[in-house]
Design a protein. Structure first.
Length: 268
């Protein structure tokens, strides 16, 4: 096994003369009648990565809830409790304003048709997480980072009619982070493992933080592989720091969002 080292973690250059938007903008698509908080966690984590601008696209009631949680995210609201397939046309038009897109956090399985259509038709670098992974097929995915845990991976492989032993050669131009006690990061021609992190990260929301970091780095122009490596390493490192600070596994995903700034500052 080859593990990620500190030397492999690289941040995007940030010029002192840059203006708002020069350091990237991202779109986060998600939320449903059942899930709100994960969308905010993902969006705020993307901001903490250093990207300049994060817009969240969500069903109307979810959007207002995100507004109540934070003033830092721009929220685009759409009628209905969930995304329907016809809504893909609106989101495909909206995505033109952004450098990268994250889809899946809290989106629910009612949006399955929407997810399938959007993934097939998007022109943007993409991060695919959570329920979006359960609706997708590898054959329809391009230029993307996938962030499944073992259960989501099982469904993705089933939908794609691919065995796990054949996964790497079927990744095409995508990168996958298989989350676990030791993360596995893989492209068609690269394989590396990440051992930062601890058992406290089995809590809900930590995967949303990871996905937010991925799209944040991607929006800053770092590319699929570098964004995936950075995100897996930093996400686990934040968990390790909080394990010491909290003296145990009592930390939350929201604590992780707040801690990201400290590790980014040290690396910058």
């Amino acid at each position: 096994m080859r593990y990620i080292t500190k030397k492999e973690v690289k941040l995007a250059e940030r010029k002192a003369t840059s203006h708002k938007g020069d350091n990237g903008s991202v779109l986060v698509i998600g939320g449903s009648r059942d899930y709100v908080g994960c969308l905010a966690l993902a969006g705020l984590s993307a901001l903490r990565s250093g990207v300049d601008w994060v817009t969240v696209a969500a069903p109307e009631k979810v959007g207002w809830a995100v507004n109540a949680l934070t003033a830092d995210l721009v929220v685009k609201k759409y009628r209905g409790d969930d995304f329907c397939a016809a809504r893909a046309k609106d989101i495909l038009k909206l995505e033109k304003q952004f450098d990268a897109v994250l889809i899946g956090n809290g989106i629910g399985m009612h949006a399955k048709s929407f997810v399938k259509r959007y993934i097939k038709e998007t022109k943007k670098p993409l991060v695919i997480d959570a329920d979006a992974l359960k609706a997708a097929r590898l054959q329809d995915i391009s230029n993307s980072i996938l962030t499944p845990h073992r259960g989501e991976l099982k469904l993705l492989l089933k939908n794609s009619k691919i065995k796990e032993k054949d996964l790497q050669r079927n990744l095409k131009n995508n990168v996958i982070i298989i989350k676990g006690p030791i993360d596995k990061i893989m492209s068609r021609d690269k394989l590396v493992y990440n051992k930062t992190g601890n058992a406290g990260m089995t809590k809900g929301g930590t995967g949303d933080v990871l996905a937010g970091l991925c799209v944040g780095f991607l929006g800053q122009g770092l590319g699929l592989w570098q964004s995936a490596v950075n995100s897996a390493y930093f996400n686990g490192l934040v968990g390790d720091i909080l394990l010491k600070k909290k003296k145990g596994f009592t930390y939350l995903a929201s604590d992780m969002v707040d801690e990201i700034k400290n590790i980014i500052k040290k690396r910058g």
